[in-house]
Design a protein around this ligand. Sequence first.
Ligand SMILES: NC(=O)c1ccc[n+]([C@@H]2O[C@H](COP(=O)([O-])OP(=O)(O)OC[C@H]3O[C@@H](n4cnc5c(N)ncnc54)[C@H](O)[C@@H]3O)[C@@H](O)[C@H]2O)c1
Length: 283
Amino acid sequence: MAQPRSLAGKVVVITGGGRGIGAATAEALVRHGAEVAIGDLDLAVAEETARRIGATAFPLDVTDLAGFTKFLEEVEGRLGPIDVVVNNAGIMALGPFEDESDRSTTRQLEINLHGVIHGTREAIRRMRPRGAGHIVNIASVAGKAGFPGGATYCATKHGVVGLSEAVRGELRGSGIEVTVVLPSVVRTELAAGLQDARFVKAVEAADVATAIVGALRRPRFEIYVPASLGPVNKLTRLLPRPAAEWVLRVFKGDQVLNAPERAARADYEARAAASAPTTDRDT
Ligand SMILES: NC(=O)c1ccc[n+]([C@@H]2O[C@H](COP(=O)([O-])OP(=O)(O)OC[C@H]3O[C@@H](n4cnc5c(N)ncnc54)[C@H](O)[C@@H]3O)[C@@H](O)[C@H]2O)c1
């Protein structure tokens, strides 16, 4: 087997790196010697995280596409050519689908999907001429199955999986790697108030970070966290739909996004709702 790749000196960009999975990934990569740039809507949080772990913080709103491109240019100017882009910024608004406002729908599509599309395209434009690079897109198990209570969130994450698969095909032989990350519930603010599924315990942001570091060192396309969810997902896909849905109910997977503790989520939902998309700001 080939030696694992070294991450020492690699320039890594992480969107939404101020907290949660992005911050844990930034920390793990700094430990491996990478030069990490974290971009976040919440600059104060990003600066605090950057100071703590030894990264560099930048203001970033992934829905401001021109600003996103400028952020990448600034990172290149300060740290050098970008080797790795982790498209991580995302929000999750939960509730019955018919009650969701169009504003909330747009916000999730803009951050979770359009932001990832833009980040992926801009990464390829920079990496293709150099014949090297790695794009890591943070999807979710909600990108492989539909979970009641989070319909639009699931739609965005299915979009990220489809995008990553198609782009991987376009990049075959280019020297650029693509990885799509599929975590289950991760203990971050985004997951506040969620119930655990039966037999599948929530993981820590550091577990996702370890999996990402592993995929950067030995490139792999699809990584589930916890890894055991990969075979479970593949197996249920072989079943007829009623049986697959029965398995989801047995695991209580259908309850995870559908019955959150509202009070425990209130602060998070308010923060997520405040990250307004560009279209809102223009009106
Ligand atoms: N926590 C989970 O259970 C879980 C599970 C699967 C996938 N994910 C995915 O992992 C990613 C990170 O989630 P997390 O749990 O760490 O969430 P989090 O809320 O803890 O952190 C997300 C960060 O993204 C930033 N952000 C939000 N909107 C932004 C924007 N427009 N531009 C730039 N930054 C923005 C926030 O300020 C925050 O610092 C998301 O894409 C999420 O969908 C999370």
